[in-house]
Every structure is written in structure tokens, then in C-alpha cells.
Design a protein around this ligand. Sequence first.
Ligand code: ADP
Length: 425
Amino acid sequence: MPGGFVRRLAQARFALLAAAIVFALLVQFAGLAAMPALIGLAAIALAVLVREAALPGADGTSLYGDSAVPAVADRAVEAVISGLPDPAIALTADSLVVAFNASVQQITPGILRGEPISFALRAPDVLEAVRAVAASRQARRIEFFQRVPTDRWWEANIAPLALAGETPNRDRNLVLVTLRDLTPLRRIEEMRADFVANASHELRTPLASLSGFIETLQGPARNDVTSRDRFLAIMKEQATRMARLIDDLLSLSRIEQKAHIHPDHPVDLAAIVREVADGLSPLAHEREVEIRIADQASSLIVSGDRDELIRVFENLIENALKYGAPGKLVELALTREPAIGDAREAIVSVRDYGPGIAPEHLPRLTERFYRVDIGESRAQGGTGLGLALVKHSLNRHRGRLTIESTPGAGANFIVRLPLAKAASG
Ligand code: ADP
């Protein structure tokens, strides 16, 4: 076909031009005779043109059959695939790539039309399933895991595609592979399982201790009045710990249920912080810590849920008193600052001068049940849920928490909340 030859020549023009320049330079400067140079150039030209002709789809004919299947079918397949939201690849029955959409390139950047899919996708299960679907014409669904470039779980749906009006013919059958990223779902499942395991473990420990003491009181210590009083005091402490844990778990689940409802009551942060500080003064007294309030804003009105915000500052100030006690001072600072655009933010910082927190723990502190030192947290009556509650509450209030700490010099927990419109001017 002369038209096809001319097009192939045009497609290969850069390769041929480069070869011609190289041979001309060799003749000119390396003493190569003209005849061998011409023969060499002709051989390269022939190889390039034969390769271009052999590449499926390169000259506009169909990849999956003879020229009787119009190229328009390829374009239709391509158009449909490019419109699919999930990564999708159309393959021939021999697993050659016919078409794919842009999202596929993010997973397998090396994918090329006309090449076997195995060159780009290193997932033996998918390749095997494609072969099976091509042979049986029965759809399949499989899940697979990819380590590169990052750990991801995928679901692959592999289905036979028959062009309308075509009688089934192995050469013309296509296989459609669509992929769905299961990673976020898997992560949530893992988190949920971890959470249930952690919560059960946290409840089981005080429960085991309670059962142990009940048995002792029913048996060996039945008539031992001194032991009984001591054991009852420990049992009360364990029961309180369980109650606190259940309280925190319920609060967390309540906040999560309302995660997308933004509270809209005007509340004064400055008043809340002062009230919480007053309420915690017995604990401060017990720990011999002074709570100092540097109040540069007499009122800071935000749209919020009063009870939740009280819990936020109770958690932060109580932590500062519990973990920062050796520093003897907890400073609360209230300010207002410009944020993005004309909105303004209320900033409350809770700073202690205790041992501080090593940098590797900082990003994980707001995870549920994450504690730097479990023993110390338990000794302080901690549940490991306080900062998780703070983070979730602040998210619901469109606020955020930042934690700064220099080990040995204390920690600073900074809360930012958008000021209510009327108050921000
Ligand atoms: P807990 O109930 O254990 O206090 P939190 O979620 O409130 O749980 O805090 C998580 C962990 O963060 C604590 O166990 C503690 O290790 C660390 N932490 C929190 N606040 C401070 C602080 N002010 N100084 C040092 N460590 C802190």
C-alpha cells in the first residue's frame, strides 16, 4: 500500500535522518568508504520501516484483527475507556494493550499501546485472570497487592468485551480490566480492628484486676478486715478507670457521629478556658503547679459546642498538669490573630515546662490509645483517648491542634479556632 509506505517513511524520518548524519560523518572524518556507508544506511532504513509496519496499530489498522475490523472500533473503545473514572485497560485476547485511560498511567507509568500488559503490570494474578477470561469469556474479580511505588490493595474486574455485531472470534475479542483502589477501605478496616482490639485490651486489664480481688475477698481474705479495705480501695480505682474509659469511648463515638455537623452556638473561649482552669485548681494545688493565664483577649467568641470545648481544654490543661508537673508552671495564653483572608482566629496555647515529648512521638500523639509511656499514663489515670478526643472535636469546629515540644523544656499545645463572624472584625 503506497500510502502506508509513505506514512511509515514519514514516521521513521527522524531515525533515518540521524543514521544518515552518522554515516556522513563517518565517511567524512573516519575514512569509511561511500559504498559500505550506503549499504549500512539502507539496512537501517529497511529495519526501521519493517518494524514500523509490524507494530500493531501503528498504521491505523486495528490491533485486534485484520483491517476488516475498522480502526473506528479502536477509537470507540479508547473513548469509552478514557471516560471511565477508575483505571481501565482494554486488552486483546493475547494480552496486548489496546487502550487505557489516564488513571492507569499513575499505577503503571510504563504502559504502552501494542505491548504486552505484562511489561507494565507486575501482577501475576491479574495476568493469569486475563488469560482465563480471554479463554472462557467469563468475567472474574480478583484482589491483589502492589508494593511499588507504595503499598496498595487493588480490586481488578476482568470482563470479556465483544464488539456488537461481531461473531465471537479469538482475534477480535477484547478483555476489559478495571481497577479499584481498595487501600482506603483496607486502612479503615485495619484501624477499626486495631481500635476494637485496643479498647477490649484496655477494658480487660481493670476487669481482670476486679475479678481477682473479688475472688480473694470471697476466699482467703474473707475475714481479713485490713486487706478488705485495701482491696476495696483498689477495686474502686479500677472501676473508676473502666468508667472513664467507657466515657471517653462514648464521647469519641458521639463526636464521630456528628463529625460533619459544625456547631453554631456562639461561645466565649476565654470564659471557657478560665472556667476549666478554675475547675482544675485542686489538681494544680495537689501537683504544686501554678496555672497562669496571659489573657490578651477579654473575649473570644467562636461558633462551638460549649461542652465539647470544655472537654478539649480540660484534656489539654489536665495533661499539662499531669505530665508537665515537674516544671511547676502551666501557662495559658489567649490571643486573636489574622488567618486566611479576612477571617480571624482565636488561639489558645497550653504550655508546660515539664519533660516535654521526643519529636518521634509528636505526629502520633492524637492517635487513639497512643501513649509515650503507657505505665505513666495509667498511673496518672489516663485512657490514651484524650488527645484523640481533642483532635476530633477541633475538626468538627473547623479548628486544629499543633503540638510543639523541646524535650527537657516542656510542651506547648496550641488550639486554633475560627472566630465567629461578628467577633472577628
Ligand atoms: P492520656 O489519657 O494517656 O493522657 P492523651 O491522649 O491525653 O492520653 O495523651 C497521649 C499521650 O501524650 C500521654 O500518654 C502522654 O504520653 C503524652 N502527653 C500528652 N500531653 C503531654 C504533655 N503536656 N507533656 C508530655 N507528654 C504529654
